[in-house]
Write a protein that binds this ligand. Structure first.
Ligand SMILES: Cc1ncc(COP(=O)(O)O)c(C=O)c1O
Length: 361
């Protein structure tokens, strides 16, 4: 298979990283959204307790895991999901990259995603040999019917939240055309100024999950990025088809990680603790960036501040690197981001406070 993948853009940031490292107070790296706080004790214990795992785990996940997920869906998101329609994945990035292929997209098919988006939607379309289409709204597709439409609310990178009425329109539009909607909801429990809504909520989809899939990750909610843990749910027939292929292909979440996931989805206290940490970091960074002359757009939810000084993003990256603060240029997420930078709120309190001190000096 010959696939044209985009250049890995992070290499372009390397010189600025080097520059930021030279700062006397050390680098404050706000360029990637990787969690830095401890994995909750309750989750670690579950992983260790399940360390004796000589046999093969089920691709489908343990019944305990699927029940824990179904419990979480109803408790936190107001979604009635059949545990049978829950399918664990090895972190959602692999699912984003492979879902178009696993759902049968190929040459001649279009995979649509937001014009400002997590780059892996584009990668997934290319891996399938389909045509990636970044769109600023479904109407810009004209009469074209994509095979798959990605939505991502709260958004990476902008932090924008799509309200229920908007999601309803997307679902209705896709249903009239037979397109599959995949909703990447990995920041759904990280709403600040707006309440994130799942595509599977009854007021969005009338309780009918046909043609819809939602993707959820434990990486951010539970500081579990290192475990690689997420799941897919939605249309039972699509989930069954995905299970079939993933079984054959050995795309299996390890048994100890399944046990850890079960514990994580059964507990909300650690999520509230983590939310409080992020809320403080977000508030102080936001104030400091504004006092430095930034405008913060969207950013109602999620782990990023979408900031602009109305100048080319690389100028902003350079100016902040001189302060020892590394951020991601908006153009990594699409041309529409050319005058923004993405500032992650995932550094330690100590590093966030260092950035704040430099921005407000
Ligand atoms: C929008 C979005 N989707 C999916 C992922 C992948 O997360 P993971 O593979 O850790 O579940 C990320 C990670 O940052 C993301 O921002």
């Amino acid at each position: 298979m010959i696939t044209t993948l985009p250049d890995f853009p992070w290499d372009l940031l390397a010189p600025y990283k080097e520059q930021a490292r030279q700062h006397a107070g050390g680098i404050v790296d706000l360029s990637v959204g990787t969690p830095v706080d401890p994995t909750p004790e309750i989750v670690r214990r579950a992983l260790v307790d399940a360390a004796d795992a000589p046999g093969y785990p089920a691709t489908y996940g343990t019944p305990e895991l699927r029940d824990a997920v179904a419990g979480w869906l109803i408790r936190r998101l107001g979604i009635e999901a059949d545990p049978a329609a829950v399918l664990p994945v090895i972190g959602t990035k692999e699912a984003v990259a492979w879902l178009p292929t696993l759902l049968g997209a190929g040459p001649g098919d279009t995979v649509a995603f937001p014009e400002l988006a997590y780059p892996t939607y584009d990668v997934g379309a290319r891996l399938a040999g389909a045509t990636p289409r970044a769109v600023d709204g479904l109407f810009s597709l004209g009469p074209e019917t994509p095979k798959i439409v990605w939505i991502n609310s709260p958004s990476n990178p902008t932090g924008k939240v799509l309200p229920a009425e908007h999601l309803r329109k997307v679902v209705a539009w896709a249903r009239t055309r037979g397109a599959i909607v995949i909703s990447d909801e990995c920041y759904v429990e990280l709403g600040w100024d707006a309440e994130p809504v799942s595509v599977l909520r009854p007021d969005v989809c009338d309780g009918d999950h046909r043609g819809l899939l939602a993707l959820h990750s434990l990486s951010k909610r539970s500081n579990l990025a290192g475990y690689r843990a997420g799941f897919i749910t939605g249309d039972p027939s699509l989930v069954a088809a995905l299970l079939e292929i993933r079984k054959h292909a050995g795309m299996i979440v390890p048994a100890p990680v399944q046990a850890a996931m079960t514990a994580a989805f059964g507990d909300d206290a650690h999520v509230e603790e983590q939310r409080a940490r992020y809320a403080r970091r977000r508030a102080v960074l936001r104030t400091a960036l504004e006092s430095y002359g930034f405008r913060i757009d969207h950013s109602e939810a999620g782990l990023y501040l979408w900031a602009s000084r109305d100048e080319p993003c690389w100028d902003t990256v350079k100016a902040l690197a001189e302060l020892g603060v590394l951020v991601a240029p908006g153009e990594f997420y699409g041309e529409a981001g050319a005058r923004h930078v993405r500032v992650a709120i995932t550094a330690t309190d100590e590093r966030v406070d260092a950035a704040v001190a430099r921005l407000t000096a």
